[in-house]
Write a protein that binds this ligand. Structure first.
Ligand code: BJ8
Length: 425
């Protein structure tokens, strides 16, 4: 079936047949997991629309921006400071990496025991399935886990890649290294765009990205109500879309969604039957369209009320200090804010453990599901410390390791149902 976007996709050199197959599967998956939910908010229609146009309208917007001379920067990690990109008049998009399509191609260049997220971004590129990657003037990688770090070396054979060095510890010298990396990134982006980043432009960009964080913080505060007024799936979708939608439009639309949510909270309405178990997710990011685990949880007698994850509060918890007036002070404020990210790639990573307990208590959860992608060493190993810490706080935890395939869905359901049962006894 032809679409109004075929010519654009062809120009982007996508594999049209495989791409059509991907969109068909995605549409069906979305219908089953999202559109089948009852009691959804009217404001979710915007997110349904954006998702339905994920490879259409948004890509068209990016192509139009490119035609006007704007550069598109793709990223895979919340460490890449979007404020720098926006201040240089460019557009940043989080590249999804949440689907199995392309796995076979990826396994030709990567070991099979690589995490699904890495296989996904390499596979998408090699199989010519992602119009975002094909729209990028630069893809920014980072030295977080070893898997990503080494995969970028291979990825660089196929796309223009720039890698930021992320420190592994949080001592003063690490903060200095990170500040130097932000300056190096600024130079790179200025050279790519031909635009100089001024204090005024950076101030505007800091405010813009903070505003998006603030609206997502508001969403999180509202969904913390008992009973929770929105499904975890819907909040995860909002977080996923925040990585690629236009930031001003997204923030405004999420403001409307929050107004609607607030009214629902004031009426004391919940999205799930009274007494439904409240669970929190913690761990690896869930890139679009990875909805498997939230779907499993919410089909097993529980509702997800929080995500301690980069597609969640790890990305939105901290704001950049907006009081700085000089360019130098703003760059310092950026360095300080990003150093607070508590990714499992850091050692030690006590902050994450504290944040998890804090969040679990605030959200009044019945338990935590620790979610790690198979072969992800930072998160699978850190799960042990998370479990110990939660045990001390008297909060039960279930550790799940999985990938993007649907083969283990029934098995996961059985485990989650037993866990929910256990939190009740
Ligand atoms: S700041 S969580 S977005 S690195 S799942 S690729 S860690 S083997 S994604 Fe992440 Fe930045 Fe950290 Fe967040 Fe490696 Fe693990 Fe795969 Fe991972």
């Amino acid at each position: 079936m032809s679409t109004p976007y075929d010519a654009m996709w062809e120009k982007l050199n996508l594999d049209l047949e495989a791409h059509a197959g991907l969109l068909e599967v995605l549409g069906k998956f979305y219908g089953d997991i999202y559109l089948s939910q009852s009691g959804r908010l009217k404001g979710m229609e915007y997110l349904d629309f954006v998702l339905s146009e994920v490879h259409g309208l948004r890509i068209k917007e990016l192509q139009e921006a490119k035609a006007q001379g704007k550069k598109i920067i793709g990223t895979f990690c919340v460490f890449v400071p979007e404020e720098i990109v926006l201040a240089a008049g460019a557009i940043q998009v989080g590249l999804c990496a949440g689907a199995e399509a392309g796995k076979e191609a990826a396994e030709k260049v990567l070991p099979r025991n690589t995490c699904a997220l890495i296989k996904s971004f390499v596979g998408f590129k090699l199989s010519k399935l992602c119009p975002y990657i094909e729209s990028c003037d630069l893809v920014v990688g980072e030295t977080t886990c070893d898997g990503k770090k080494k995969a970028y070396e291979i990825f660089a054979d196929y796309a223009p890649v720039y890698v930021m060095e992320i420190p592994q510890m949080k001592n003063a010298c690490d903060r200095d290294l990170w500040k130097a990396e932000i300056l190096r990134f600024k130079d790179k982006i200025e050279a790519l765009t031909g635009n100089i980043i001024t204090a005024e432009k950076l101030k505007g960009a800091i405010k813009l990205v903070n505003d998006r964080r603030r609206v997502l913080q508001r969403l999180n505060r509202l969904r913390a109500a008992v009973p929770t007024p929105i499904s975890g799936r819907d909040v995860i979708l909002a977080n996923q879309i925040s990585f690629y939608d236009d930031p001003v439009r997204f923030t405004s639309k999420m403001g409307e969604l929050c107004d609607e949510l607030e009214a629902r909270v004031n009426r004391g309405e919940g999205v799930a039957p009274k007494g439904t178990a409240r669970l929190m997710l913690s761990g690896c990011p869930m890139a679009v369209p990875n909805w498997k685990v939230p779907f499993v949880i919410e089909s097993s007698g529980a509702v997800v009320v929080g995500e301690e994850s980069c597609i969640g509060t790890r990305n939105t918890r901290d704001l950049v200090d907006e009081s700085a007036e000089t360019l130098e002070a703003m760059l310092d404020a950026l360095a300080d804010r990003y150093m607070k990210i508590d990714c499992a790639c850091f050692t030690p990573n006590r902050e994450r453990l504290d944040h998890i307990v804090e969040m679990a208590k605030e959200l009044k959860v019945d338990g935590v599901i620790h979610y790690a992608l198979s072969f992800c060493q930072p998160y699978t190993i850190e799960a042990y410390k998370v479990d110990q810490t939660l045990q001390k706080a008297g909060i039960p935890m279930l550790a799940i390791e999985t990938d993007y395939s649907m083969e283990d869905v029934e098995q996961l359901k059985t485990r989650v149902e037993a866990f929910v049962e256990m939190t009740r006894s």
